[in-house]
Design a protein around this ligand. Sequence first.
Ligand SMILES: Nc1nc2c(ncn2[C@@H]2O[C@H](COP(=O)(O)OP(=O)(O)O)[C@@H](O)[C@H]2O)c(=O)[nH]1
Ligand SMILES: [Mg+2]
Length: 226
Amino acid sequence: MWWLLALPVAGAIAAAVGALTAESPVSPEPKTKRSGPTSHPQSGHFERILTANLNRLRKELCSSPGRKVALLGQPGAGKSTTLDALTEERVQPRPRIGIGTDMTDWSRNPDVPLCSFFEDILFVDAPGHGTQRHSTEVYLRLFPLEQFEHVLLFIQGKLLESDERLLRYARSRGRRITIVRTHAGGLTDAERELLRADLSRRSGVPAEGVLFLDNRTREGLNALRR
Ligand SMILES: Nc1nc2c(ncn2[C@@H]2O[C@H](COP(=O)(O)OP(=O)(O)O)[C@@H](O)[C@H]2O)c(=O)[nH]1
Ligand SMILES: [Mg+2]
């Protein structure tokens, strides 16, 4: 007949548990600020320098005649490698190439060179966007895209939402846009056609504005020079 005893005991345990959960003596976790991209202790400092550099870029572009080309995209997409190859390593200053990452940084030094020159063309090889230090939001607010004749948006794999936002921003300013898909050497013709159609549909850039390029084989460089 243990169950006769068990019921009241179980009830007592349930009541005790209920009381504990209702008036738990353990106070809830204090609401601390989560550490994340926007709450990095120095993020304000980096954003101030990036903002100053983007404002300086606007002024430098205003005072510079001639053709202007912007290279944008995620870090590691191949912007700097392509710029170097496109100009046969004669652009000045030469870009720094990362090993799987982006070596261009506008968030540390307010005097960093922002423009590079080759023949009569001014190139801006921008730091990869969508990172803690180079947020897409700041680019959307301050990158002077309207001053470029040609915007090259580099992707290595997928077109991310942040890329789409930058593309919409560039299109709203009526810029000529080319989506440059790097690392393209391994893609078959069928894959290219599918990708081209998908990229064009998602970005609103005409299909002929999608270019396949591979910096290892140099495929696509001549087409980009046109
Ligand atoms: N296989 C391959 N590697 C590439 C290509 N383009 C760039 N890379 C490599 O990708 C890395 C990042 O390139 P980088 O130009 O610094 O990218 P960025 O951050 O967009 O300027 C480097 O190691 C390059 O050698 C490409 O078309 N194919
Ligand atoms: Mg780079």
